[in-house]
Design a protein around this ligand. Structure first.
Ligand SMILES: Cc1cc2nc3c(=O)[nH]c(=O)nc-3n(C[C@H](O)[C@H](O)[C@H](O)COP(=O)(O)OP(=O)(O)OC[C@H]3O[C@@H](n4cnc5c(N)ncnc54)[C@H](O)[C@@H]3O)c2cc1C
Length: 276
């Protein structure tokens, strides 16, 4: 059971940040994950008075506030057009509409869950996170970090999605509808650069980068991606099955991206992914 001693709804980010540094303080997202825990929270910090629930568009990016819900992204016209509706495809299998009306983007990204659909998608889209004290950093760096700088507990304020990817494909495999994914893959082609993110391995998602002037055969790209990432077993799937799935799903996603892209992008060459 979750027990909360004190509830705080700060009016500034600084107030929220200061409260978050205290032992047993917890930032609240939609509480969909937090509520499952068995713990005593000293101060529960609700960020809902800070205007972090907006999705804003600039000339070159979307700025998604940490308190925007998964459902808001799933139904957002501009973000779905930008991602070839991959955003809707990634989010709509997560539990149910009522759940996605509560789960927040901030909680989903800050939790850095290995199975996360949204992190896999955002990594391929070259997203950055904005932390109140830590500033802006690439999501790939944020996901790699075991712990935030100097043990401070920072606040994720928003996610930046650059308006740069032209063609996107998102695919996930689940043993059954609404379950956690066994593997998820997002391929995004931006000019000559192909990003292939693979998550739920069940480790946190990583992204492989290919230059399609040299690396352009889906089968080889899939083979190299599966060969360069680490997979593991859990109750949902074995390491071997995940690696096999990776080859299949990456090939399908890359084929889809190439087929959708204006010039097809299929030339010959050897993939040599840089894993980040
Ligand atoms: C049963 C179940 C099934 C799920 N299935 C999937 C799935 O298939 N695919 C998928 O991708 N996800 C899945 N999820 C995860 C879900 O989508 C959310 O990511 C998760 O619930 C966290 O979001 P939340 O807003 O509820 O965060 P909370 O539970 O409120 O918080 C999660 C963590 O993030 C911290 N936090 C929240 N907001 C901030 C912030 N702004 N700054 C700093 N720290 C913050 C909290 O302190 C906490 O540690 C599932 C979750 C559950 C419970």
């Amino acid at each position: 059971m979750l027990t909360i001693d004190r509830y705080l709804r700060p009016e500034t980010l600084e107030e929220a940040y200061e409260a978050a540094q205290k032992k047993n303080s917890v930032i609240l997202g939609g509480m969909m994950w937090l509520r499952l825990g068995n713990r005593r929270i000293g101060t529960a910090i609700d960020l809902s008075a800070l205007g972090l629930d907006k999705v804003e568009e600039t000339d070159d990016a979307y700025r998604i506030g940490a308190y925007a819900t998964l459902r808001e992204l799933e139904t957002h016209t501009g973000l779905n057009e930008l991602t070839d509706f991959a955003l809707r495809g990634a989010l709509s299998p997560i539990v149910g509409v009522q759940f996605r009306n509560l789960a927040t983007v901030g909680g989903s990204v800050f939790g850095r869950y290995g199975f996360s659909d949204i992190i896999t998608l955002f990594l391929a889209l070259n997203a950055s996170v904005e932390l109140y004290k830590g500033g802006v950093m690439p999501l790939s760096e944020f996901c790699r970090a075991g712990m935030l700088k100097s043990k401070e507990r920072d606040i994720l304020t928003c996610i930046h999605i650059p308006k740069e990817n032209t063609v996107v494909s998102y695919k996930a495999q689940r043993n059954q509808k609404t379950d956690f994914p066994v593997l998820n893959v997002c391929a995004a082609l931006n000019g000559g650069r192909l990003s292939v993110a693979v998550g739920a391995r069940p480790l946190r998602a990583s992204v492989c980068l290919f230059d399609i002037a040299q690396d352009n055969e889906s089968e080889t790209i899939a083979e190299r991606t599966a060969g360069s990432l680490i997979f593991a077993s859990n109750k949902r799937a074995s390491e071997e099955y995940r690696q096999h799935l990776c080859r299949v799903i990456v090939r399908r996603a890359v084929d889809e991206v190439f087929a959708k892209s204006a010039d097809g992008g299929i030339r010959s060459g050897k993939p040599n992914p840089e894993v980040i």
